[in-house]
Write a protein that binds this ligand. Structure first.
Ligand code: SF4
Length: 95
């Protein structure tokens, strides 16, 4: 497989704390059909078990300079792929 062009490799961390998605991210997810009206996530190819795990994961985003839930990162335009516990991130400015 060809190496994807990316700027950052961001390590995925786990937290036991309950993470909440920001409202604007929820709205985006709903708009793109990845979340239903009840706020339940529907990500293609992601099993409920994986989803449960994903909800506890976060990354220290090098672009937004804050901790971002993995789910938000997963749907970010900079997200390229997930390889061995790391996110390959394009690193473009998000503003
Ligand atoms: S893909 Fe998006 S959210 Fe994830 S680390 Fe890169 S800029 Fe941050």
């Amino acid at each position: 497989m060809e190496e994807l062009e990316h700027k950052y490799e961001v390590i995925i961390d786990m937290t036991e704390e309950k993470q909440k998605l920001p409202d604007d991210v929820k709205a985006e997810l709903k708009e793109s059909g990845m979340m239903d009206d009840k706020g339940k996530l529907k990500l293609k190819g992601v099993s409920p078990k994986m989803l449960k795990k994903m909800k506890q994961e976060f990354v220290k985003c090098p672009v937004l300079k804050e901790d971002i839930q993995f789910i938000q990162c997963f749907v970010c335009p900079n997200f390229q792929s997930r390889v061995m516990g790391k996110v390959l991130c394009k690193g473009d400015s998000l503003k």
